[in-house]
Design a protein around this ligand. Structure first.
Ligand code: HEC
Length: 272
C-alpha cells in the first residue's frame, strides 16, 4: 500500500517534470508577437525611359543569423510601374532582438528574377519610409540600380554604414570630406583624387559600376574601365575585405554589398 502510494507520487512527480520541461521549451520557442522589421518601401520601376508594367516586385526580409527567419510580400506592377510596401512584419521571439536583417527588392518577370536593391540593417535602426526610384539600366542587375529619392538621411542604416566604412577605410587618404586632405595623402607619390568630383570629371555622370570595380580592384579589366593611373596606390579593397585576408572577413556577397554601400555614399558627396 505504502509502496503503491510512493510509486504514484513518483509517477506524478515525473509527469510534472516532463510537463515543466515541455512547457519551458515551448515558451522559449514561441514567437510571441509580430514586429515590423522594415520601413515602408515605395518606388517606381523604369526601363529604357518608360515605366515597367509587367511582372511583379517582391520585398523580402531575412535574418542574417537565422536562415529560417524571413518574410516576403509581392505585388504585380501596375501601368505606371509604381509599388508600395507596408513595413514587413516577422514573428520574432525575444531572443531575436537587435539581430541583423537583409532587406531585398526583386523584380520577377516570368522565370527571371533580378535583385533591384538590398540593404543590411538592424531592426533598431528603422528610419523613415524609403523611397526608391529603380532604374533597370545596369547591364548586371545584381546590386543596387535603385536610386534613393529624397533626403539621404531617410535611409539611416544604409548611408550610415557607408559613411562609417568611409571613415574607417578611406578617410586617411581621401580626407574627412572626400576632397583629398587625409593625413596619409602627403606620403603618396600622387595625391588622392577629390571624391566629390567623380561625376564632374566625367561630364556629370556618376559611373556606378566603374567606381565599384575600381574600389574592388580585383578585376583584370580595371585599366580598361577609364580609370587610368600609372600604378595603383590605393589598396585593393576586394582583397582587403575578403575572408582570405581578414580573419573572419566578409564573404563574396558581403564584400560586394559593402562596396555597393560605399559607392552609394560617394554618390551623395558629388558636387557639380
Ligand atoms: C592609401 C591611400 C588611399 C586609401 C586608404 C583609399 N584611397 Fe582611394 N585613391 C587613392 C589614390 C592615390 C587614388 C588615385 C589612384 C591610385 O593611385 O591608386 C585613389 C582613387 C580612388 C577613386 C577613383 C576616383 C576617380 O574619379 O576615378 C575612388 C572612387 C576611390 N579612390 C575611393 C576610395 C574608397 C571608397 C576608399 C575606401 C574604401 C579609398 N579610396 C581608400 C588613395 C587611397
Amino acid at each position: 500500500m505504502k509502496n503503491a502510494r510512493l510509486r504514484s507520487a513518483a509517477a506524478a512527480l515525473g509527469i510534472c517534470v516532463i510537463c515543466a520541461v515541455f512547457l519551458s521549451s515551448l515558451a522559449c520557442s514561441l514567437p510571441w508577437r509580430e514586429y515590423p522589421v522594415s520601413s515602408a518601401v515605395s518606388g517606381r520601376l523604369v526601363l529604357d525611359g518608360g515605366p515597367v508594367d509587367r511582372g511583379r516586385v517582391r520585398l523580402q526580409v531575412r535574418s542574417v543569423d537565422n536562415a529560417t527567419l524571413g518574410a516576403h510580400v509581392e505585388h504585380a506592377l501596375p501601368a505606371d510601374g509604381g509599388f508600395f510596401f507596408e513595413p514587413l512584419k516577422l514573428r520574432v521571439a525575444g531572443k531575436e532582438y537587435g539581430k541583423k536583417y537583409v532587406l531585398l527588392l526583386y523584380w520577377i518577370d516570368g522565370d527571371d528574377a533580378a535583385t533591384l536593391w538590398r540593404a543590411d540593417y538592424s531592426r533598431f535602426e528603422l528610419g523613415g519610409p524609403i523611397e526608391l526610384s529603380c532604374k533597370l539600366d545596369r547591364a548586371d542587375t545584381q546590386g543596387p540600380p535603385c536610386l534613393f529619392v529624397g533626403n539621404a538621411n531617410d535611409q539611416p542604416w544604409l548611408l550610415a554604414a557607408g559613411r562609417n566604412d568611409y571613415r574607417t577605410l578611406c578617410r586617411s587618404c581621401h580626407g574627412e570630406d572626400g576632397r583629398g586632405g587625409g593625413p596619409n595623402a602627403g606620403s603618396l607619390s600622387h595625391p588622392p583624387p577629390d571624391l566629390t568630383r567623380i561625376a564632374a570629371r566625367r561630364g556629370g555622370v556618376f559611373p556606378y559600376d566603374e567606381i565599384a570595380t575600381w574600389i574592388d580592384g580585383r578585376s583584370a579589366n580595371e585599366a580598361a574601365l577609364g580609370v587610368h593611373f600609372e600604378s595603383r596606390q590605393m589598396p585593393v579593397w576586394g582583397l582587403r575585405l575578403s575572408e582570405q585576408y581578414v580573419p573572419g572577413g566578409f564573404t563574396e556577397a558581403r564584400i560586394r554589398n559593402r562596396i555597393d554601400i560605399l559607392v552609394e555614399y560617394l554618390d551623395t558627396l558629388q558636387q557639380p
